[in-house]
Write a protein that binds this ligand. Structure first.
Ligand SMILES: Cc1cc2nc3c(=O)[nH]c(=O)nc-3n(C[C@H](O)[C@H](O)[C@H](O)COP(=O)(O)O)c2cc1C
Length: 177
């Protein structure tokens, strides 16, 4: 099974990208999570789209289409999702069929605050569903106080590690149907 891994943060020391790296190591046997950087995606612009998708958008859409599901590390900015992530969802909601249509998505997120991106993940679910994607049936993975649980880019908190492992296992079962 090949899953596509996406982080909604571009910064090198991102807690969410670190969580995605941890997920890559915690995926069940036989499951690969291949990371895709959103850095090169231009801002969505319908004029650009009308001229033909730019190469970075073509790559993004093809990566989604080729994947069995998406694994998304979702940071929270001002109670919502990052512009980077919303922009990526908007591009992937376009086309017939839209690349996101029918795709199952696994969400988790990390923040230094105690609520651990719950608002952003709720907002992301809404946007994904509007785009025709499906979100996983299992509960949330909300990593609050993440700066204490991710040290030098490595997830060290045992409870979070186990929670993420279970979350991924449940998601993989859902993808297998
Ligand atoms: C513009 C901005 C807005 C933020 N708003 C929130 C917020 O609403 N809730 C929250 O928990 N953290 C918020 N934060 C703190 C982020 O959770 C924190 O910077 C986190 O490390 C970002 O994710 P990253 O480490 O993956 O880059 C905000 C940070 C920025 C830069």
């Amino acid at each position: 099974m090949n899953l596509l891994g996406v982080s909604g943060s571009l910064r090198a020391a991102s807690l969410n990208t670190a969580l995605l790296r941890a997920a890559q190591n915690l995926a069940p046997e036989g499951v690969t999570i291949t990371p895709f950087s959103l850095r090169d995606l231009p801002f969505f612009d319908q004029d650009l789209e009308d001229e033909g998708d730019p190469p970075a958008v073509v790559a993004w859409k093809e990566a989604i289409r080729a994947a069995d599901g998406l694994v998304i590390a979702c940071p929270e900015y001002n109670g919502g999702i990052t512009g980077v992530l919303k922009n990526a969802v908007d591009w992937a909601s376009r086309g017939k069929p839209a690349p996101l249509a029918g795709k199952l998505c696994c969400l988790f997120g990390a923040s230094p605050g105690i609520t651990g991106t719950v608002r952003a993940q709720d907002a992301l679910r809404l946007s994904l569903r509007r785009a025709g994607a499906r979100t996983e049936p299992q509960g949330d993975v909300l990593v609050g106080q993440a700066h204490l649980k991710i040290v030098d880019g490595v997830l060290t908190d045992e409870r979070t590690i186990e929670g993420l492992r279970r979350h991924l296992a449940g998601f993989v079962e859902a993808v297998r149907g």
